[in-house]
Design a protein around this ligand. Structure first.
Ligand code: CAA
Length: 283
């Protein structure tokens, strides 16, 4: 299938990153969110990232302007009528996502593929909210999207092979590496990453070491670019908790129980970098 226009629903950290890499790869992009200020903020982030590339001599100002010009901002989901592919990167909440997919299904052209950037929710269940489950798929990008190479591609129970192939090909055109996974809670990335982060929080909770020491062990001992507590702050503690709960409920196994300290931080509104304080304080 020839995909020319991609709509990204959700202009937050992930959505704006996805829109940026799509524009950089020559796609025509619609960046959508519910409020103009959200879309404007996402567009500003893209502008800032591309300006940095110009400063570093990696692209010309003309190329930057062309890329920005290929991004149409939108606060109306009906703009999905023009898209060949919609990538949903809205808030990580099953009810909200299924609602968006049910609407997109009514608006989008018959050939359009509907993808979700969910980090742990069931693609099969999201697909069931539409009348085109064979054209629904997971496209899980990593944060920060412009930097990270991986896209986990998640097949729902009904995802058609042709649709999988199209998405794999598009991922390669975005200069990313696709990895195929099946639809189970947390897929592969968060099935492995989140229990590691949760365990790091337990080691802090049980007083085994300071936050700095825990992060240092994992950075210097395991060559991780960030320690798990700094990474949790970067991802967002609310997102970490939500994913742990998805694993806990999805597998019904207590080995995925979220650490009480993680719950406490989230209840206190200390969500990490985005709120200025999580395990660390950010200026
Ligand atoms: N947007 C765009 N570019 C960014 C960026 C951002 N938010 N943050 C950093 N960069 C770029 C910088 O511009 C720089 O680019 P150049 O090398 O081209 O100049 C490059 O990344 C390196 O940045 P820095 O030198 O400032 O910092 P660093 O070397 O410490 O790298 C990092 C920063 C890339 C974030 C690195 O610390 C890292 O890889 N951390 C781990 C990230 C990770 O694990 N992500 C996965 C999270 S899990 C997830 O996303 C899935 C989920 O479902 C929860």
């Amino acid at each position: 299938m020839n995909v020319k226009k991609i709509m990204v629903v959700g202009a937050g950290q992930m959505g704006s990153g996805i829109a940026q890499v799509c524009a950089q790869s020559g796609y025509s992009v619609i960046l959508n969110d519910v409020k103009p200020e959200f879309v404007e903020r996402g567009f500003r982030v893209i502008n800032k990232n591309l300006s940095r590339q110009v400063e570093k001599g990696r692209m010309s100002n003309k190329q930057k302007e062309e890329m920005l010009g290929s991004i149409q901002v939108s606060t109306d989901l009906h703009d999905a009528k023009d898209a060949d592919l919609v990538i949903e990167a809205a808030v990580e909440n099953l009810e909200i996502k299924t609602k968006i997919f049910a609407q997109l299904d009514k608006i989008a052209q018959e050939h359009a593929i509907l993808a979700s950037n969910t980090s742990s929710l069931p693609i099969t269940e999201i697909a069931a909210a539409t009348k085109r489950p064979e054209k629904v798929i997971g496209m899980h990008f990593m944060n920060p999207v412009p930097v990270m190479k991986l896209v986990e591609i998640i097949r729902g129970l009904a995802t058609a092979d042709k649709v999988y192939q199209t998405i794999e090909d598009i991922t390669k055109t975005l200069n990313k590496v696709p990895v195929e996974v099946n639809d189970f809670p947390g897929f592969v990335s968060n099935r492995v990453l989140m229990p590691m982060i949760n365990e790091a929080i337990y080691t802090l909770y049980e007083g085994i070491a300071t936050k700095e020491a825990i992060d240092e062990v994992m950075k210097l001992g395991m060559n991780h670019p960030m320690g798990p507590l700094a990474l949790a702050d970067f991802i967002g503690l609310d997102t970490c908790l939500y994913i742990m709960e998805t694993l806990h409920v999805g597998f019904g196994d207590d080995k995925y129980r979220p650490c009480p300290l993680l719950r406490k931080y989230v209840k206190a509104g200390l969500l990490g970098k985005k709120t200025g304080r999580g395990f660390y304080v950010y200026e």
